[in-house]
Design a protein around this ligand. Structure first.
Ligand SMILES: Cc1ncc(C[n+]2csc(CCOP(=O)(O)OP(=O)(O)O)c2C)c(N)n1
Ligand SMILES: [Mg+2]
Length: 521
C-alpha cells in the first residue's frame, strides 16, 4: 500500500467494507457497466456488490457464453466487459471466451474466485488497474484477475482503501512520417489499388477518415466480416461482390486493421498477385510482416446477378439465397446483425448488408461456434441503453444455435427483443430429410449410420423460444418467412425465433477454387 494511503488512514474510523464491495467499487471506478457470469462460491457476493453499485449483472447459463458477451461489450463500448466465474470449471468454460477475445483483439476482464489465501497477499488489489489497462491498451484482449475467497469476505477498514483513478483511454500513436510518405507514393503509383477494412478499423472508430480516403482517392475497398459497415456495404466503391477478382488483380493492398490470416487467404498466391504490395496499418507491431503458410479459403466471389437468380428460385424447400434475400428485404438499415454457422454465416454475409460500423458480430477470427446468443444479448443490452429502438437480428445455423441455445432463457428472462433466425438444414454444413433419416435408422443404430454432420431432422427450435414465453414461428415457404419476419419486426416488446426450414442438401454456389473448400480443411 502506498505511503500516502497509510497517511490518509484514520485510526478512529471503525467503518468496515468487504472485499467483494471493494472489487465492485474498483470496477465501477474503471467505468465497468456490465458484468456477465455464473455465480457460485466465492464470487456470488461480488455480483451482488456490483449490482448494488449499479453495474448490470447478467446471469448466463454457461460461462462460455457469458465470456463471449462480456468481450462483445468490450468491443462495442471500448471499455472492458467483465466476466465473473467461479474457479476451476467456471474458469475452464470461460477459456473459450478468453481465447476468442484475444484472437478478435477485444477487451475483456475475467474475474475468477479461487481458494483461500492468507492476508499477506492482499496487496494484489493493487494489480487490478493494470488489468484494465492491459485489456484496452495496444492490441486489446482478455485478461484474468484471480480473487482469493478470503478477499471477498474479508472486512477491511474503509479508510485503508484507495481506489486507482479510472484508467485513461488508450493513447493514440502515429506512424513514422517517412513511412506514411512512402505508403502514399506507393498508392499513388498503383494500377489496381485495394483497401481492406478490418474490425481493427471498426474498433478504432476510423469510419470518417477511411470514408474520406476512399472517396477522395477514389479507392475500391473490401471489408472483412466484421469490418463490414465501417464504410457502408452499398457504397459504390465497395467491391465485395467481386471479392476474388479484387484480391487477385490488386497490385497494391492497404490493410486497415485487418490481418493476413485465413480470412484473407494468408495474402498468398493464387489468391493474390505474387508481387502484390501490402501496406499494413495495424495497432500491433507483432502483426506487421505476418504472412504465414499457404492455405485454404472459405469464400469465393458471388456476384450480384447470380445471387438474385438463386434468390428468385421458387421451388421448395427454400435455399439459403431465397432465405437471405427475404431477410435482407425487411432488415432495418440500422440493426445489429449477429451471425454464426458455416454456410449460414458465409452466404449470409454476402447477401445481408451492413450500413453502420460495429453493427456486425459473427464467429470472428477464431470461427467459434456458440458465440451468437451471447453476442446478441450484449448487443441488445447496449442497444437498449445507447440506441433505443435498434433491433438485434441473430442469424444462426441450426448447429450453431445448439451451442448456446439455452441462452434463449436468458433472453426471455431479461425480455430482450432479439429476433433469432435459425436457418435449419438439419445439420452442420448439411443434413438429411426426415424420410431418409427414418430409412437410415431402420437397419442400424444412429451412432453407426448417421453421418456425423446430421442433426435431428425437422427439429422445432421455435418451441425453445415458446417454452420461455417468447414468440416462436415455423417457416417453410417464402410467404411464411415474409409474414413471420414482418410480425417479429413489428413486435418490439418480445424476443422471437423463426425456425426457417431449407433444403438439407443445399450447397453453395460452385467456387473457382474447388480444392480449397472448407471440408478439406
Ligand atoms: C466451438 C466450435 N466447435 C465446432 C466448430 C466446427 N464448426 C464449424 S461451423 C459449425 C456449425 C455449422 O452448422 P450450422 O450452424 O447449422 O450452419 P450451416 O452450415 O448448416 O448453415 C461447426 C460445428 C466450431 N467452429 N467451433
Ligand atoms: Mg445447419
Amino acid at each position: 500500500m502506498p505511503e500516502s494511503n497509510l497517511a490518509e488512514r484514520s485510526d478512529r474510523s471503525e467503518e468496515q467494507v468487504s472485499g467483494a464491495k471493494v472489487i465492485a467499487q474498483a470496477l465501477k471506478t474503471q467505468n465497468v457497466e456490465y458484468m456477465f457470469g455464473v455465480v457460485g462460491i466465492p464470487v456470488t457476493e461480488i455480483a451482488i456488490a456490483a449490482q448494488e453499485l449499479g453495474i448490470r449483472y447478467i446471469g448466463m447459463r454457461n460461462e462460455q457464453a457469458a465470456c463471449y458477451a462480456a468481450s462483445a461489450v468490450g468491443y462495442l463500448t471500448g471499455r472492458p466487459g467483465v466476466c465473473l466465474v467461479v474457479s476451476g470449471p467456471g474458469l475452464i468454460h470461460a477459456l473459450g471466451g478468453m481465447a476468442n477475445a484475444n484472437m478478435n483483439c477485444w477487451p475483456l476482464i475475467v474475474i475468477g474466485g479461487s481458494s483461500e489465501r492468507n492476508q499477506e497477499t492482499m496487496g494484489a488489489f493493487q494489480e487490478f488497474p493494470q488489468a484494465v489497462r492491459s485489456s484496452i491498451y495496444g492490441r486489446p484482449g482478455a485478461c484474468y484477475v484471480d480473487i482469493p475467497a478470503d478477499f471477498v469476505t474479508l472486512q477491511v477498514n474503509v479508510d485503508s482503501i484507495k481506489y486507482k483513478e479510472c484508467c485513461m483511454p488508450p493513447p493514440v500513436s502515429m506512424a513514422e512520417t517517412s513511412a506514411v510518405c512512402m505508403a502514399a507514393s506507393i498508392i499513388r503509383n498503383a494500377k489496381q489499388p485495394l483497401l481492406i477494412i478490418g474490425k481493427g478499423a471498426a474498433y478504432a472508430h476510423a469510419e470518417e477518415s477511411i470514408r474520406k480516403l476512399v472517396e477522395q482517392c477514389k479507392l475500391p475497398f473490401l471489408p472483412t466480416p466484421m469490418g463490414k459497415g465501417v464504410v457502408p456495404d452499398n457504397h459504390p466503391n465497395c467491391v465485395s461482390a467481386a471479392r476474388s477478382r479484387a484480391l487477385q488483380f490488386a497490385d497494391v493492398i492497404v490493410l486497415f486493421g485487418a490481418r493476413l490470416n485465413w480470412i484473407l487467404h494468408f495474402g498468398l498466391p493464387p489468391r493474390y498477385q505474387p508481387d502484390v504490395k501490402f501496406i499494413q496499418v495495424d495497432i500491433c507491431a507483432e502483426e506487421l510482416g505476418n504472412n504465414v503458410r499457404p492455405a485454404v479459403t472459405l469464400l469465393g466471389d458471388i456476384n450480384a446477378v447470380t445471387k438474385q437468380e438463386l434468390a428468385s428460385k421458387k421451388s421448395l424447400p427454400m435455399n439459403y439465397y431465397t432465405v437471405f434475400y427475404h431477410i435482407q428485404e425487411q432488415l432495418p438499415r440500422d440493426c445489429f446483425v449477429v451471425s454464426e454457422g458455416a454456410n449460414t454465416m458465409d452466404i449470409g454475409r454476402t447477401v445481408l448488408q451492413n450500413y453502420l460500423p460495429r453493427h456486425r458480430l459473427d464467429a470472428g477470427t477464431f470461427g467459434t461456434m456458440g458465440v451468437g446468443l451471447g453476442f446478441a444479448i450484449a448487443a441488445a443490452l447496449v442497444a437498449k441503453d445507447r440506441n433505443p429502438g435498434k433491433r438485434v437480428i441473430c442469424v444462426e445455423g441450426d448447429s450453431a444455435f445448439g451451442f448456446s441455445g439455452m441462452e434463449v432463457e436468458t433472453i426471455c428472462r431479461y425480455n430482450l427483443p432479439i429476433i433469432l433466425l435459425v436457418v435449419n438444414n438439419n445439420g452442420i454444413y448439411h443434413g438429411v430429410d426426415k424420410d431418409s433419416w427414418k430409412e437410415m435408422l431402420k437397419c442400424q443404430d444412429a451412432t453407426t449410420v448417421a453421418p456425423p454432420m446430421c442433426l435431428l431432422p425437422d427439429s422445432h427450435y421455435e418451441q425453445v423460444m415458446a417454452a420461455f414465453g417468447g414468440k416462436g414461428y415455423f417457416a417453410q415457404t417464402p410467404e411464411e418467412l415474409q409474414k413471420s419476419l414482418r410480425q417479429t419486426l413489428e413486435d418490439t416488446t418480445k424476443p422471437s425465433l423463426i425456425n426457417i426450414m431449407i433444403e438439407p442438401q443445399g450447397t453453395r454456389k460452385a467456387q473457382d477454387f474447388h480444392w480449397l473448400t472448407r471440408s478439406n480443411m
